[in-house]
Design a protein around this ligand. Structure first.
Ligand code: FAD
Ligand code: DHB
Length: 392
C-alpha cells in the first residue's frame, strides 16, 4: 500500500488535515487505534475561535456548525459575588462559537465517509518507521493482518498519549511541562443554560464555570483536587457547589438531569520540536494546555492549518513552509501557553498552600488582578484578543 500522507489519529486534528489534503487532491490515509463509536462518543472541548470557524467555512465543513453553533460576543468574569461582562465585539470586533468537539468530529467524519476517504479504525500497533529517510512507512495491524503503508510524510495527530512524539530521537526532543494542583470536574446536564455568555468564576471555594452545548444542554465545570474521585461527587453535591461558586444576587442556576460527569487533570506541556525528518506533529501530540480559556482544540486546528498549507506548498515545489512549520507552530503555541496558564492562575484557588496567610495573600492578589482586568479597557482588550484567537 502507498499513500501521500499517513495521518495517525482520527481526532479533530487528523480528520481536519485529511479534508485539507483531500480537497487539494493529495492522497492520504488516516489510521486510528480506537473504534468509530469510541471516537464519536468522546466529550471534550466546546469553544471555537473565530479563526477555527473561518477555516471550517473555507473548507465547506460548516453547514451544521452554522445551524447549531452558538455565537458568543463575550464572556463574564465573576469574583466576590459580582459578574462583569467583557464585550468581545466592542473590544476587538471578534466572536467565538460554542460547538462541541463531539459535534465537530461527527461532522468531519461524516463528510469523510460521504466522499469515501481512507480511514482505518481499530488499527493496532501503529508504528512509523524510517522517518529520517526519503520514504517512510507506517506499519499497523488490522484484524490480525500486518500492513505496511508507504508514504511521503507521516503526521502524528495521535494526541498526548500517542506514539509519534515518542519516536522522535531523544537527542532532538526536549519537553517543557508543568502540572497544576487542580482538576476539572465537568458535567453535561439536560437543562437550558442559565446565562447568555459563558461565566468564568473565582470563588473562595475554587473555580466554577458555566458553559453550554446547545439551547437545551448546559456544560458546567468545577475546580476539584486533581486526585479526587468522581464517586465522591453525587449530583446533589455538584449542583450545590455550582450554586455556591456561580451564585450572584438575583440570579439562580437552573438544575437538570446530569447525563455525563468526569474529572480531568490539568497540565501544561510543550515539545521543543514538532518535526523530525518526514514526520510532523499536530495538536495534543505536541502540546497540552490547561482548559481555562478553551485553547486545546483551537491549537490543534491552528497547527493543522499551518501544516496543511505547508504540505500543499511542498507539492507545488516550495518546501520552505515545511522547513519552518515547527518554529511557526511553536511560536504561536507559546503565546497560547502563556494565556492558558495566566487564565488558570487568575481563576483557581491554591487550596494546597499550607500557610493560611500566604493562601489568603494569593487569593486577594487574584481578586486585585480581576479588578484590574475587568476595570481597564487595555486589559480587557488583551484578554479578548487572546480569547477570540491569535492569527495563524
Ligand atoms: P485527540 O483528540 O486526542 O485525538 C488523537 C487521536 O489519536 C485519538 O482519536 C486517539 O484515539 C488516536 N490515537 C492515539 N494513539 C494512537 C496510536 N498509537 N495509533 C493510532 N491512533 C492513536 N480542550 C478545551 O479547549 N476545552 C475543554 O474543555 C477540554 N476538555 C478536555 C477533556 C479531556 C478529557 C481531554 C483529554 C481533553 C480536553 N480538551 C479540552 C483538549 C482538547 O479536547 C484537545 O486539545 C483536542 O482533542 C486535541 O485534538 P487532537 O486531534 O490533537 O487529539
Ligand atoms: C468549555 C471548555 C473550556 O475549557 C472553556 O474555557 C470554555 C468552555 C466547554 O467545554 O464548553
Amino acid at each position: 500500500q502507498t499513500t501521500g500522507v499517513a495521518i495517525i489519529g482520527a481526532g479533530p486534528a487528523g480528520l481536519l488535515l485529511g479534508h485539507i489534503l483531500g480537497q487539494a487532491g493529495v492522497p492520504f490515509t488516516i489510521l486510528e487505534q480506537r473504534s468509530r463509536e469510541y471516537v464519536l462518543g468522546r466529550i471534550r472541548a466546546g469553544v471555537l475561535e473565530q479563526g477555527s470557524v473561518d477555516i471550517l467555512a473555507e473548507l465547506g465543513l460548516d453547514r451544521r456548525l452554522r445551524e447549531r453553533g452558538l455565537t458568543h460576543g463575550g464572556i463574564y468574569l465573576q469574583f466576590e459575588g459580582e459578574r462583569h461582562h467583557l464585550d468581545f465585539r466592542e473590544l476587538v470586533g471578534r466572536t467565538v462559537t460554542v460547538y462541541g468537539q463531539q459535534a465537530l468530529v461527527t461532522d468531519l467524519l461524516e463528510e469523510h465517509e460521504r466522499i469515501g476517504s481512507n480511514i482505518v479504525f481499530e488499527a493496532e500497533d501503529v508504528e512509523p518507521v524510517g522517518i529520517a529517510g526519503r520514504r517512510p512507512e507506517v506499519i499497523y495491524t488490522k484484524d490480525g493482518e500486518v500492513h505496511e503503508l508507504e508514504c511521503d510524510f507521516v503526521v502524528g495527530a495521535d494526541g498526548y498519549h500517542g506514539i509519534c512524539r515518542q519516536r522522535i530521537p531523544s537527542a532532538e526532543l526536549q519537553v517543557f511541562e508543568r502540572g497544576y494542583p487542580f482538576g476539572w470536574l465537568g458535567i453535561l446536564a439536560d437543562v437550558a443554560p442559565s446565562t447568555d455568555d459563558l461565566i468564568y468564576a473565582l470563588h473562595a471555594d475554587g473555580f466554577g464555570m458555566h458553559s453550554m452545548r446547545s439551547l437545551e444542554v448546559s456544560r458546567l465545570y468545577l475546580q476539584v483536587a486533581p486526585d479526587e474521585s468522581i464517586d465522591d461527587w453525587s449530583d446533589a453535591r455538584i449542583w450545590d457547589a455550582l450554586q455556591t461558586r456561580l451564585g450572584v444576587d438575583g440570579w439562580r442556576l437552573q438544575e437538570g438531569p446530569i447525563t455525563e460527569k468526569s474529572i480531568t487533570p490539568m497540565r501544561s506541556f510543550v515539545v521543543s520540536t514538532m518535526a523530525s525528518g518526514r514526520m510532523f506533529l499536530v495538536g495534543d501530540a505536541g502540546h497540552i494546555v490547561p482548559p481555562t480559556g478553551a485553547k486545546g482544540l483551537n491549537s490543534a486546528i491552528a497547527d493543522v492549518a499551518i501544516l496543511g498549507r505547508a504540505l500543499l506548498d511542498h507539492r507545488a515545489g516550495d518546501s520552505s513552509g515545511l522547513d519552518t512549520y515547527s518554529d511557526r507552530a511553536l511560536a504561536r503555541q507559546w503565546q497560547v501557553q502563556h494565556f492558558s496558564q495566566w487564565m488558570t492562575e487568575m481563576l483557581h484557588v491554591h487550596h494546597e498552600v499550607p500557610d493560611a496567610s500566604a493562601r489568603a495573600f494569593r487569593y486577594r492578589s487574584q481578586v486585585g488582578q480581576l479588578e484590574y482586568v475587568t476595570g481597564s479597557v487595555h486589559a480587557k482588550r488583551s484578554l479578548a484578543e487572546q480569547y477570540a484567537g491569535l492569527p495563524f
